[in-house]
Design a protein around this ligand. Structure first.
Ligand code: NCD
Length: 311
């Protein structure tokens, strides 16, 4: 399957590849807004195979495909509505679905599922999240968002706040940020620290990372704050979730107290960690961020389907 271009992890991406994908994504803005018609992907079919809930990832993939003239087969609740319910293996499911389409975007509750799918698939696999492991298309749209909001990624201090122990977004974003000259501050309750494996990987690549539980102090040095929900469904022990829930919160007063122009990001969905009183601050970009997902996924679809080259 050597020639098939899958997107499973952020680790293999070079800085130049990332920048080319972001440039390509920017070039699709009018198509993503529905202001310019395109038939770039006419005749191509995407299957969105989702074994876990999703609003933004699945629908922005579908929007990207449809707005570029392609078509979509959607399995939104694959655990219940596909033959998995009857006991089919992931390998057999992928071998079958690959006969029906040209590219598969998938989300699965098992770490490594996208890699297993890629190992048998004759069509590109785009990983839309595998358990708490990776979410590379989110990381790319996050990098696009930082670049669009701030005009640069290099030179910034990016503070990631939340449940880094269970967040695939944290892992993939750190792997992506490791290609840039940025300072990262990780803010989390002590029991929700990022995996030591991820930390070592990015530090070995030269990324500067500081860990703290003091959000207010971190904000005084921050250009971009990115806050995540606590991933309730990924806790093995529900009592542990009860202990940490509500453990951090970001609101307008805290941002104003920092006295800086701060860009505020969130992958969404939010629960109670990000107050709605932030929404009309100029730096609050989480709804722009979810729009950027359409442009970014257009770029990925065009690339893996051989309709656009990266520089
Ligand atoms: C994230 C996810 O599913 O990992 N959401 C998303 O894709 N935008 C974050 C989350 O669920 O908290």
């Amino acid at each position: 399957m050597g020639s098939v271009q899958h997107v499973i992890s952020m680790k293999p991406f070079s800085r130049q590849q990332i920048e080319s994908i972001l440039d390509l994504a920017d070039s699709f803005e009018a198509e993503a807004r529905g202001e310019k018609k395109s038939d770039l992907l006419a005749g191509k079919v995407l299957t969105a195979l989702f074994y876990e809930p999703s609003t933004r990832t699945r629908l922005s993939f579908e929007s990207a495909m449809v707005r570029l003239g392609g078509q979509v087969l959607s399995v939104a609740d694959a655990k219940k509505t596909s033959s998995v319910w009857k006991g089919e293996t992931l390998e057999d499911t992928i071998l079958t679905i690959a006969n029906y389409c040209d590219v598969i975007a998938m989300r699965h509750p098992q770490k490594g599922a996208a890699e297993i799918a890629a190992s048998v698939s004759s069509v590109p696999i785009l990983n839309g999240g595998d358990d708490a492991n990776e979410h590379p298309t989110q990381a790319l749209l996050d990098l696009l968002t930082i670049r669009r909001e701030r005009g640069t990624i290099d030179g910034l201090t990016v503070t990631l706040v939340g449940d880094h122990a269970h967040s695939r977004v944290t892992n993939s974003l750190l792997f992506g940020l490791a290609n840039y000259d940025v300072k990262v501050i990780l803010v989390n309750p002590p029991s929700l620290a990022v995996s030591r494996e991820t930390l070592k990987y990015v530090q070995d690549k030269g990324l500067s990372v500081e860990e703290t539980s003091d959000l207010a102090a971190a904000l005084t040095k921050t250009d971009v704050v990115y806050i995540f929900r606590i991933q309730k469904e990924r806790f093995e022990d529900p009592e542990e979730y009860e202990r940490v829930k509500g453990g951090y919160q970001l609101d307008r007063a805290m941002l104003e107290a920092a006295g800086r122009e701060i860009t505020v990001m969130h992958p969404m969905p939010r629960v109670d960690e990000l107050s709605t009183d932030v929404d009309d601050m100029p730096g609050a970009c989480y709804f722009r961020q979810s729009f950027n997902g359409v442009m970014l996924r257009m770029a990925l679809l065009a690339w893996v389907l051989g309709k656009a080259d990266l520089d």
